[in-house]
Design a protein around this ligand. Structure first.
Ligand code: MRU
Length: 348
């Protein structure tokens, strides 16, 4: 199944519960927008494009299960739901992008209640379907950068689970593998939630891509020893100047790649490019609870003393000078990004 999908029989949203993988494959069923917002906040679903599609389906739930008697009442309900969904997580721009697209699809609408409900569901389904198609186009472009025999360092989870299907950076790796290139992947485990060790490893097992898990702090070692030829990551929001916000740890990885002359590629659908933000220091960075850092146990014991504090920024920003190129569905974008990214977003 897709990471997130609409159940046309039950008018429900179904999503893979990513908190439980790889131990358990469980599907969560959601029937109102508040449940979708909670699922985004609690990371039942995560990854920028998957969050965007989930939010769109959250509005579809509002529409399809509404008790409104007229179009104006439904519009009001949709706006309330959109406001709640928008605040579920701050960094991934796909969330706001999908909600804006959903609301703007209704703005010129001039029909009856049932037609508006159908339009909302159809728009959410289009966002989901387009995500898969865009990822495959992006993967075809990105795979050109991978050579036979490459070892690639990858951070977080950017695969099918982070999107509706197929993935961004991990989708590029999967495409290169399917093209017959012999590649090896070093997966950053990605503290604190271990999206690399849990989710990317789970995916690569299924695709048959050879991989090993590495601790985040050993990436510099492999880069300095010439044991990795490329770095591929995704993004949650890329600013107009090409600064890339992505999972915490990406910045350190990019620094180590630069210092060792290893190309660092961000794989970014245009829905993740925020041209309204001039540079990365303006991107809102989510800070999550200390328990994500402290809950880890070793030999059945907590890793830290009782009462220890912790800081937990979920993302960091990699400045554009460390980014070798940005792969989009419209092609591979080179610096100067402030000139070339708007062209890519415009499809040129
Ligand atoms: O906190 P998460 O797991 O939602 O963070 C996900 C990432 O940082 C991914 O790298 C990002 O969404 C881009 S890949 C689709």
């Amino acid at each position: 199944m897709r990471t997130v999908e609409w159940d046309y029989k039950l008018n429900e949203v179904r999503m893979i519960d990513q908190r439980l993988l790889p131990g358990e494959f469980k599907v969560a069923t959601l029937s109102d927008f508040q449940q979708v917002a909670d699922a985004i906040t609690n990371m039942v679903v995560r990854g920028a494009p998957a969050i965007g599609a989930s939010a769109a389906f959250g509005l579809a739930l509002t529409a399809m299960r509404s008790k409104a008697n007229d179009v104006q009442s439904l519009r009001t309900e949709l706006q309330i739901a959109a406001d709640t969904l928008r605040s579920a997580r701050p960094t991934a721009v796909n969330l706001g992008w999908a909600l804006d697209r959903m609301i703007s699809a209704t703005s010129t609408f001039d029909g009856g209640l049932v037609q508006l409900q159908e339009l909302i569901l159809a728009e959410a389904q289009s966002i989901a379907d387009e995500d898969v198609e865009i990822n495959k186009r992006m993967a075809a472009h990105g795979a050109e950068l991978i050579e036979d025999g490459d070892t690639i360092i990858h951070h977080c989870n950017t695969g099918a689970l982070a999107t509706v299907d197929w993935g961004t950076a991990l989708g590029v790796i999967r495409m290169a593998h399917e093209q017959g290139k012999r590649i090896h992947v070093l997966l950053d485990e990605t503290r604190p939630r271990l999206q690399g060790a849990r989710l990317s490893a789970w995916e690569l097992e299924q695709y048959g891509v050879p991989y090993e898990i590495i601790t985040d702090n050993s990436a510099g070692y492999f880069l300095s020893r010439g044991q990795a030829q490329k770095v591929f990551v995704g993004s949650d929001r890329t600013a107009a100047n090409g600064d890339v916000a992505n999972k915490i740890g990406t910045y350190m990885l990019a620094l180590a790649a630069k210092d060792n002359g290893v190309p660092f590629y961000a794989v970014v659908p245009t829905s993740t490019i925020d041209l309204s933000i001039a540079s990365g220091d303006l991107i809102p960075i989510e800070e999550r609870g200390a328990e994500e850092v402290l809950d880890l146990q070793r030999a059945g014991q907590p890793i830290s003393p009782h009462g220890a504090g912790a800081r937990n920024p979920a993302f960091d920003v990699t400045p554009n000078r460390l980014v070798s190129a940005i792969v989009t569905e419209n092609g591979i974008v080179q610096a100067p990004f402030d000139i070339n990214l708007p062209k890519a977003v415009g499809g040129k």
